[in-house]
Design a protein around this ligand. Sequence first.
Ligand code: FAD
Length: 328
Amino acid sequence: MSNNVLVIAEQRGGTLKKVTFELLTAAQQVAGKWGGQVDAVVLGAGVRALAELLAQAGAAKVYVADDPALARYSPDGYAGVLANLVRRVEPAVVLVSATFWGKDLAPRVAAKVKAGLASDATGIEGQDGGRLLVTRPIYAGKAIAKVRINTTPQMVSLRPNSYPPAALEAGRAANVEAVVLDGYQPQAVVTDFVKAGGEKLDVAEANIIVSGGRGMGGSEQYAILEELASVLGAAVGASRAAVDAGWRPHSDQVGQTGKTVSPNLYIACGISGAIQHLAGMKTSKVIVAINKDPDAPIFKVADYGIVGDLFKVVPLFTEEVKKLKAAE
Ligand code: FAD
């Protein structure tokens, strides 16, 4: 067993997801403490060039499983390739993203290599003795658990936006090793990805989210949130009430039955703050709530609260941000 940390890189269409660079930051912190190195593995077809980026972001060794058979994600196929690699290189820790993709993949790999998995974590601490102390929100965000994993390797899936992305350093190179597929015969492959919402920024990955709830009153009214979001470079999210009303697509829904987000800034407009909504956004770094009801539960978790009519507050807010941006 080594002291190394293996990061499972998430890519889509040959582009690495931002969360991969966040995993690399977390991996550096743990490996740095233990004197180990950070390695990465990437799977797909035509993904060889991504090794260079992973190296620039701090991976000392990059395993590349590049094969036309891996063009489409296969739950058991990908998990099999990764489990073989983990058994062979024996990392101390395996990190994977807690995205839809990572949440599907991580338990399969963990089961195959008999690793304990702390899922949907928001923080990782490498402790003396080679054990991790992992922070996980539980009970829909009402409590925080500190988890220690007793197996080797230790596996963690990490929520997007929990760590800053690793900076790229041009000229940093890695030792690249091709992973040979041995009898790859997946039982199922994903045949197609249908992109919800076109090219717009995904709430699960956004640094800033402007979210609207039932208080928006209808789909057309979201135009004021879209405008604020475009000025801030933010994604637009929604509560379930807004999604159920058909005002926004389900891919925008934040909460227990939607996406879990941890942006630097979450602006909740016309959202009451039901526990199921809080479950998806409570770990946001800064929360701003705009609500006309001073007793709305959202104010209990908000860092900044504005009691008022969102149709008056949001346009003013947008104008102020525009002025600040213009003065920059
Ligand atoms: P409301 O609770 O109706 O709140 C609307 C708010 O808008 C009010 O606080 C009101 O004061 C304010 N408002 C109205 N007009 C204005 C105005 N002009 N200016 C300012 N403020 C205004 N919910 C989620 O969001 N995500 C989930 O994933 C989710 N999963 C669930 C899973 C289960 C099993 C269950 C049972 C429920 C789930 N819910 C989820 C639903 C959740 O319980 C709430 O019903 C929902 O979050 C309410 O959405 P809302 O805050 O937009 O609406």
